[in-house]
Design a protein around this ligand. Structure first.
Ligand SMILES: CC(C)(COP(=O)(O)OP(=O)(O)OC[C@H]1O[C@@H](n2cnc3c(N)ncnc32)[C@H](O)[C@@H]1OP(=O)(O)O)[C@@H](O)C(=O)NCCC(=O)NCCS
Length: 180
């Protein structure tokens, strides 16, 4: 199914129309894996992890597709014990497609997708150093909610962080917004 399409690209000598595609099937796992590899600081999981995510949660994932190429993706799912809460697991845009509004298009489309799937709130965890991502989320109404999971709140130079959220020793920004 294609949805929310009709955006034209205009940079990097590319002029493809960009379409948002959902649900995603396992066939797209190599494309999603490839773009994750181009999109540090995303963690790049083994290919089969993306195949599992798309097999089990493809209904709540999406890709931005140029005419002949996958330009970006979002993976996410309704949290198992909170079906009204969508977790945006990863969002990434391929290097050649950056700063053309594709990340913004994917995020806006994810808000609609999550709402239609029954979520009433959405969140993502972001590295506090990841300024582009923090701006992307805050421009679409996300705000830090460091206490969402009961982690100790740590001051990150004015940015409230969830302390040691993933037990890796790193603090995270939990970017959250309601879905009215
Ligand atoms: C974050 C990311 C998805 C943005 O994708 P994109 O298609 O380039 O983003 P857009 O062109 O739609 O930009 C939307 C907004 O994000 C912010 N933004 C995006 N890239 C930025 C950058 N390099 N520097 C500053 N702000 C940036 C801006 O606020 C921008 O709005 P503006 O252009 O009106 O100022 C992309 O940079 C990426 O894949 N990064 C690596 C992976 C990653 O960090 N994912 C998020 C992990 S939680």
């Amino acid at each position: 199914m294609e949805r929310n399409n009709g955006m034209s690209g205009n940079g990097n000598n590319r002029n493809e129309a960009i379409h948002v595609l959902t649900p995603l099937t396992r066939d797209l796992a190599p494309e999603v894996h490839r773009i994750a590899g181009e999109a540090p600081p995303l963690d790049v999981y083994p290919l089969h992890v993306y195949a599992i995510i798309l097999r089990d949660f493809g209904r709540t994932c999406m890709a931005a597709v140029a005419v002949a190429e996958t330009a970006g993706f979002v993976t996410g799912y309704l949290a198992g014990d909170r079906s009204d809460r969508y977790f945006l697991w990863q969002i990434g845009v391929g290097m050649a497609f950056r700063r053309r509004g594709i990340g913004g298009l994917l995020l806006a489309s994810t808000l609609s997708l999550a709402r239609e799937a029954g979520a009433r709130e959405i969140f993502a965890t972001v590295d506090p150093e990841n300024e582009p991502s923090l701006l992307l989320f805050s421009r679409q109404g996300f705000k830090p909610r460091p206490g969402l999971f009961g982690d100790p709140v740590v001051d990150g130079g004015g940015l409230p962080l969830a302390g040691n959220h993933y037990r890796t020793g790193n603090n995270q920004v939990i970017m959250h917004r309601p879905l009215p």
